[in-house]
Design a binder for this molecule. Structure first.
Ligand code: HEC
Length: 174
């Protein structure tokens, strides 16, 4: 490849980089804790809520706290991708709208992800050091998710699930 062609390619790439700055992807700026959030359907102790908000909500809720570099493309697109995918898999802001079966499955997945140290995503904790789960935080979150999973499985056999929050029993939807 001759150098004038390389120069042209470099200029073209630079122009594309400048142009894409004008395209800003839509942001996830809803309400993290609204009427359908997880605390409206499952008991979420304050310390668990704090861990979820701090380490999981950026990708698994309706409200992301955006870092400054989210305005720089293509980083913003890359972030949007994570948020879209994370919310699609698990959205704590919409947890109440899930079927009982799906809620149970999500608790099982949370346990698995934590046990394998898969969440929060490494590419994220690398930049957001304060979101790394301490051993205590991991243990707290794991115990909470396990307890919910086990409780739900046990009561699924009886076709009812306990709602510790309001002390009533609710029939299983499916
Ligand atoms: C930087 C964004 C990000 C953060 C922060 C994050 N996740 Fe995720 N999460 C994702 C993405 C993306 C997926 C889907 C792709 C995958 O499974 O890797 C996912 C998937 C999941 C799944 C579903 C996995 C499956 O079996 O399909 C669970 C459960 C989960 N995350 C739990 C958590 C918990 C709990 C936290 C906080 C401790 C957390 N995540 C923090 C981005 C994130």
């Amino acid at each position: 490849m001759n150098s004038s062609l390389l120069k042209k390619i470099a200029v073209l790439l630079a122009a594309i980089l400048v142009l894409i700055q004008f395209i800003q992807p839509e942001r996830n700026t809803g309400l993290a804790l609204g009427e359908n959030d997880i605390a409206h359907t499952v008991v979420v102790p304050a310390n668990v809520q704090e861990i979820l908000s701090n380490s999981c909500f950026d990708c698994h809720s309706n409200a992301t706290q955006y870092p400054w570099y989210a305005s720089i493309q293509p980083l913003g697109f890359w972030l949007k991708d994570h948020v879209d995918e994370g919310k699609y898999e698990l959205n704590f802001s919409e947890f109440k709208t899930y079927t009982e079966k799906r809620k149970t499955k999500k608790f099982k997945e949370i346990v698995a992800e934590l046990e394998e140290d898969e969440m929060p995503l490494a590419s994220y904790t690398w930049v957001h050091k304060n979101t790394v789960l301490s051993p205590e935080q991991k243990a707290t979150l794991l115990a909470w998710a396990k307890r919910n999973y086990e409780l739900r499985m046990k009561h699924a056999e009886l076709k009812v699930i306990p709602n510790e929050w309001c002390g009533k029993y609710k029939p299983l939807e499916d």
